[in-house]
Design a protein around this ligand. Structure first.
Ligand SMILES: *Cc1c(COP(=O)(O)O)cnc(C)c1O
Length: 361
């Protein structure tokens, strides 16, 4: 008999799994409401979908039997123009999730430490554990701002990387430039995850060429409506871009994802319109959530709003909305006790949500 468990890396046997989003079809079956009737406000996806140009280009493309360009030349050139930096600073990935993993693979040896400013995105601890690193959690303050003094105090010789999502998921606030630069000064790798940049308009990307240890991650999942196709990119100091390119799987961004990203960049004006609509709706949603009476929404620069539930019924509200086919995120971690995160949908989604909220409790 082979004892397969003995061959497996022990830290992976005990690692916690990532809590994934439940697929639309499964949700619809769980509550016996057809997919068209479900209101999905749990994944921060773009309710307007991708650019129509993406669909046409994907249908017309004749070369799916040919491997993608491992150097991603066309995509990186188009991204260079969008970002305003030369293409040698840019590497694309199968979602920015893949770039999080590649960055950790580049820097983390077993036992090395990664600083995580909680509450934040769950992929950072997940990928750190898979790479054999150790997560050091540093709590944000009562306004969810990063705690610079505590982060600096947590840094030792084994600390390699700090992740800063800005705007942060699930709190929606940005990290000011001077705080990011204060951490860059410490000499560890500072990864600023700008997955929601297009909703905030705030970026530190132009400063990447001035430092050796500042990295910016971006994604097409949220603003461009391409979450299902998996495409993101990193803006790296030149040396790090070289090394990330060297260690990445050669064909990591598939042909369909590269076409979709290119077409999105050719249709930025259309996408900016939908972003404008979502940002305007974020303001309406915020006011209406506040008006419900038992919710305390937290100001957001992203396409979602975190709410603290004043009557302590977050779990119950989440459950009752789910039965009505409205899906939102529920959190019950120590930093997010009794909180809900609601993605900004279309105005009609807001109306149905607010009506349903008035009917619970
Ligand atoms: C959604 C999200 C991403 C996007 O990841 P992809 O792999 O590009 O889909 C990255 N970071 C944060 C903080 C997110 O919320």
């Amino acid at each position: 008999m082979v004892n397969i468990e003995k061959l497996i890396r022990p830290e992976l046997l005990s690692a916690r799994a990532y809590t994934p989003i439940i697929p639309l079809k499964v949700l619809s079956e769980q509550v016996k409401i057809p997919v068209e009737g479900v209101i999905k406000l749990d994944g921060n996806e773009n309710p307007y979908g991708c650019s129509p140009k993406v669909k046409h280009a994907l249908a017309a493309y004749p070369y799916y039997h040919i491997y993608p360009d491992p150097e991603q030349r066309e995509l990186r050139e188009a991204l260079a123009e969008y970002v305003g930096l030369p293409a040698h600073y840019i590497v694309a990935g199968s979602g920015s999730d893949e770039l999080i993993d590649l960055i950790l693979r580049l820097f983390i040896e077993p036992g090395d430490k990664v600083i995580n400013c909680v509450p934040t995105f769950g992929m950072y601890p997940f990928s750190t554990e898979v790479c054999g690193g150790r997560i050091v959690s540093v709590s944000r303050d009562e306004n969810f701002a990063v705690d610079l003094a505590s982060i600096k105090a947590a840094i030792d010789e084994q600390t390699k990387v700090v992740f800063l999502a800005s705007p942060n998921n699930p709190t929606g606030n940005i990290t000011p430039q001077q705080d990011i630069l204060a951490l860059v000064e410490t000499g560890i790798v500072v990864v600023v995850d700008e997955a929601y940049y297009e909703f905030s308009g705030v970026t530190i990307a132009p400063l990447v060429p001035h430092y050796e240890n500042l990295v910016v991650l971006r994604s097409f999942s949220k603003w461009a409506g391409l979450a299902g196709l998996r495409v993101g990119y990193g803006i790296f100091p030149h040396r790090l871009a070289e090394l990330i390119s060297k260690i990445k799987p050669p064909y990591n961004v598939n042909v369909a994802a590269q076409i979709a990203a290119l077409e999105s960049l050719r249709d930025v004006d259309y996408l900016r319109d939908t972003i404008g609509t979502i940002v305007a709706e974020r303001g309406c949603l915020f006011a209406k959530l506040k008006g419900v009476g038992f919710l305390d929404p937290f100001p957001s620069q992203a396409n979602f709003i975190l709410c603290s539930v004043l009557n302590g019924q977050a779990r119950e509200i989440h459950h009752q909305l789910k039965q009505k086919g409205i899906f939102i995120r529920y959190f019950d971690t120590p930093q997010l006790e009794n909180c809900l995160r609601i993605s900004v949908g279309k105005p009609e989604h807001t109306d149905v949500l607010i009506d349903a909220l008035k009917g619970v409790c």
